[in-house]
Ligand binder design. Structure first.
Ligand code: 5RP
Length: 227
């Protein structure tokens, strides 16, 4: 079993009969869904809300029942991947472009778990820059506002075309290392969210209750003391 599979499978054990479950997106969440599918085949009764078309399709193929997030005010648990997380539980998500749906679904859960391999545990979050979801209409105006504040937003491309999210929006992968906000991620998030056209950022600040990470030394569980 590779590290992502170990983490995804370990997190699946937190899911109990009768639960409403948020399922994340990405290569680690893939293993979570795989294990949940196995457990459903063995008789586990759950209903899930998915964070992306990709995860929905995979879950459905395994016989996992899905609900619309609008029909589920509260989830028992949400399990998702993460791109990077620091010791203060500041996380960056959105490498897979699902940050908007991931944030909405996570916000409805009573308990959130992130699953990852140990490489995601860092002293300082940065990864490849901060994913920021922006409306296509007038996105260059938002880009200019960000640049004026010192951010360096780079439009995400895939196969030579602009990457389009499940919500039909674009993503800026945004360098934030040279802004007036220093390392104040909350101030950056507030600024970005206050910029016309920006819909959501990949900052997930102190939002998770538990991290399940895996690597050479096996599984590490890190509880968030502030939750
Ligand atoms: C998708 C995400 C993913 O959870 C994040 O990119 C981690 O992915 P992976 O498990 O493949 O490393 O935020 O938007």
């Amino acid at each position: 079993m590779n590290a992502k599979q170990m983490a995804g499978y370990a997190a699946a054990e937190y899911v109990k009969d009768g639960m409403l479950v948020g399922i994340g997106t990405g290569s680690t969440a893939h293993y979570l869904i795989e294990r949940l599918g196995q457990r459903v085949a063995e008789g586990l009764k759950i209903k899930c809300v998915s964070t992306s078309i990709e995860s929905s399709e995979y879950a459905e193929s395994l016989g996992i029942e899905l609900l619309d997030t609008n029909d589920v005010p509260v989830l028992d648990i949400c399990i998702d991947g993460v791109d990077e997380v620091d010791p203060k539980f500041n996380g960056i998500k959105g490498g897979g472009g699902a940050l908007f749906r991931e944030k909405i679904v996570a916000s409805t859960a009573k308990f959130n778990i992130w699953v990852c391999d140990d490489s995601k545990l860092v002293d300082k979050i940065y990864a490849f820059g901060l994913p920021v979801e922006v409306a296509p209409f007038g996105y260059k105006h938002a880009q200019k506002k960000l640049e004026e504040a010192g951010f360096v937003p780079k439009l995400r491309m895939r196969d030579g075309e602009i990457f389009v999210t499940n919500n039909h929006n674009y993503i800026f992968d945004t360098d934030y290392t040279n802004t007036k906000f220093g390392d104040d991620y909350q101030a950056m998030a507030d600024f970005l969210k206050g910029t016309l056209g920006i819909l959501e950022t990949g900052f997930f600040l102190n939002t998770t209750d538990l991290i399940i990470s895996a690597g050479e030394n096996g599984i590490t569980k890190i509880e968030n003391p502030n939750k």
